[in-house]
Design a protein around this ligand. Structure first.
Ligand SMILES: [Zn+2]
Length: 253
């Protein structure tokens, strides 16, 4: 019952995340107006706005004008529902579940917006840093100092990399958005996870970069947004970070 509820809850939040993904980059309100078809502007009824199911029933087309609905909608809803379930299985119905679900939801919005627009909106990363620090202060299992160091280590290390890169190559390689994103990840997960996230995201990023160059013949100047890799690395840390760190230290004993 709890697992089903967490999936349903997750997909509805995913539906809201879709609204954020579409409207935040344009500076529009995420509350009003009600959802409408971007093609024919017709208002979408609640019965056509049910996560995943409506997309399937409508076969991916607007009821009014039959314009195709982006696959982004059901995908984001499904991914958010899946993570809601995984976090519920991990943390149970607890404040920790809500805390980490908010974190993953923010990462999903950031990832999709970064893929589309190559920007990471401050309206998500900056409040995210605040929520991460506040959560570490309120939740009994977390240590505030760990979050604080994580925030400074995350923001500081990428800031140095970005500044160094710009000085060396005279062009911007990494945006300020990535700096604030890693500061947010540090605030939520602590300083060890920052190091692990950097390692994991560089690894996933390099493999993907090499694949793109091999498959598409693009050169290294082709900028790949780094935010999605940081987000992937952070989610991996959230679920497996402690296990990896424990394993690492057991090797070095
Ligand atoms: Zn339409």
């Amino acid at each position: 019952m709890l697992t089903t509820m967490s999936i349903v809850f997750g997909t509805f939040i995913g539906s809201f995340l879709n609204v954020c993904i579409c409207r935040l980059p344009r500076g529009e309100s995420i509350v009003t107006p009600r959802s409408h078809c971007p093609h024919c502007q017709k208002m979408i009824g609640w019965y056509d706005n049910i996560p995943i199911l409506s997309y399937l029933v409508l076969r991916g087309k607007c009821r009014g004008c039959k314009a195709p609905i982006s696959l982004q909608y059901p995908l984001v809803e499904a991914v958010t529902g899946l993570f809601s379930l995984l976090l519920m299985l991990r943390f149970g119905p607890s404040p920790d579940y809500l805390f980490y679900f908010a974190f993953v939801a923010a990462l999903i919005v950031i990832t999709v917006i970064d893929l589309y627009h190559q920007i990471i909106p401050d309206v998500i990363s900056l409040p995210g840093i605040g929520v991460g620090l506040l959560g570490s202060l309120l939740l009994p299992d977390l240590v505030f100092l760990n979050s604080l160091i994580g925030m400074f280590l995350g923001g500081g290390s990428l800031f140095l990399v970005a500044t160094g890169y710009q000085w060396l190559f005279k062009r911007e390689g990494m945006g300020g958005g990535d700096v604030k994103l890693l500061a947010m990840i540090g605030a939520f997960l602590g300083w060890r996870a920052v190091i692990l996230t950097i390692l994991l995201s560089s690894l996933i990023g390099s493999v993907t970069g090499i694949l793109i160059i091999l498959l598409k013949g693009k050169d290294f100047k082709y900028a790949i947004p780094y935010g999605p890799f940081l987000s992937l690395g952070a989610v991996f840390c959230l679920f497996y970070g402690e296990a990896i760190i424990r394993w690492y230290f057991s090797l070095n004993r």
